[in-house]
Design a protein around this ligand. Structure first.
Ligand code: SAM
Ligand code: DTB
Ligand code: SF4
Length: 324
């Protein structure tokens, strides 16, 4: 029997009007048909053998006032964690230089804040300027921003701002109570308005349903402009957080979600983000086949561990992937 899908029947348009039902249908395709469709679209827009690598640094760690159920940095949970105030500029520069020397093209700085206070912004702007001066792409994730703050970050040279929707609007309240979905959409709008590139995605494996995964991807894809980067995290179940015992997500369902993200947002960088330590090499290879073309690179994410840089380079070598 022949499959009804040929590369000619796979549409090539940027859409912002995806209906829930259409996305749900993509999820139910036979796995091979779904991956073929995703890989075909991927190849129209990207070199399929290149993966962009970003490194992360936590510039302010722990004691966060928000209650995000997945996060070890929340002051509401009791995950074991060393908190740290805002890092001095020279430490940030050292870390960025080290990341660059290991091949990272983007440096992403994250702070455990609900939103930056005015007194925090000046030192953060200096960090942006300094990392930019190293000729790296800069990214920050600092929580909610006002329009004024986004403009200052833009002026300092910020390329990307990461702010995740995390899950569907329907499931969101099960995970976070201290800020709303609309707050997140508002921050994304301010970032867009300031002409900073948007990095926005979510976390899978928090006990959400497939419908929630569909609705998260629908929210991301139906924005006026697709986020330039879409991090898809697999929950890291950290002891002491409310989600430490969340049920395991079927890894093939995770791969399907990457493929659907690729189909909905053909030109975006889809990042295989947190959770790679719990994935086999074969699983990661399937994610790249499904259209993931970016990773977080380096031993540490913000507070949790990530595969060693050498391990990733060996995997890339076995897959014939070039880091960019
Ligand atoms: N405080 C800022 C905020 O929440 O907007 C920025 C830092 S926050 C740690 C950045 C993102 O990391 C979260 O939105 C979430 O998607 C992701 N994250 C945090 N803990 C995680 C975990 N245990 N597993 C997977 N992703 C996680
Ligand atoms: C994103 O989507 N994932 C990154 C980044 N954006 C900032 C953070 C993952 C954090 C994982 C838990 C930790 O290390 O604290
Ligand atoms: Fe705070 Fe961000 Fe963690 Fe939420 S995800 S608790 S806002 S650091």
């Amino acid at each position: 029997m022949e499959s009804s899908i040929s590369h000619l029947s796979i549409p090539d348009e940027l859409r912002h009007d995806w209906r829930e039902k259409e996305i749900a249908t993509l999820f139910t395709l036979p796995f091979n048909d779904l991956l073929f469709q995703a890989q075909t679209i991927h190849r129209r827009h990207f070199n399929p053998n290149e993966v962009q690598i970003s490194s992360l640094l936590s510039i302010k760690t722990g004691r966060c006032s928000e209650d995000c159920g997945y996060c070890p940095q929340s002051a509401h949970h009791d995950a074991e964690l060393e908190s740290e105030p805002l890092l001095p500029l020279d430490e940030v520069i050292e870390a960025a230089k080290a990341a660059k020397a290991k091949g990272a093209s983007r440096f992403c700085m994250g702070a455990a804040w609900r939103s930056p206070k005015d007194r925090d912004l000046q030192p953060v702007l200096e960090m942006v300027r300094a990392v930019k001066a190293l000729d790296m792409d800069t990214c920050m994730t600092l929580g909610m921003l006002t329009p004024e703050q986004t403009h200052e970050l833009k002026q300092a040279g910020l390329d990307y701002y990461n702010h995740n929707l995390d899950t569907s609007p329907e499931y969101y309240g099960e995970v976070i109570s201290t800020r709303t979905y609309q707050d997140r959409l508002d921050t994304l709008q301010h970032v867009r308005d300031a002409n900073i590139k948007v990095c926005s995605g979510g976390i899978l494996g928090m006990g959400e349903s497939r419908r929630d995964r569909v609705r998260l991807l629908q929210q991301l894809a139906n924005q006026e402009t697709h986020p330039e980067s879409v991090p898809i995290n697999l929950l890291i179940k950290v002891e002491g957080t409310p989600l430490e015992n969340a049920p395991d997500l079927d890894h093939l369902e995770f791969v399907r979600s990457i493929a659907v993200a690729r189909i909905l947002m053909p030109r975006s960088q889809v990042r295989l983000s947190a959770g790679r330590e719990s994935m086999s090499d074969e699983m990661q290879a399937l994610c790249f086949l499904a259209g993931a073309n970016s990773i977080f690179y380096g031993e540490k994410l913000l507070t949790t561990s990530n595969p060693a840089a050498d391990t990733d380079m060996q995997l890339f070598e076995r897959l014939g992937i070039r880091a960019v």
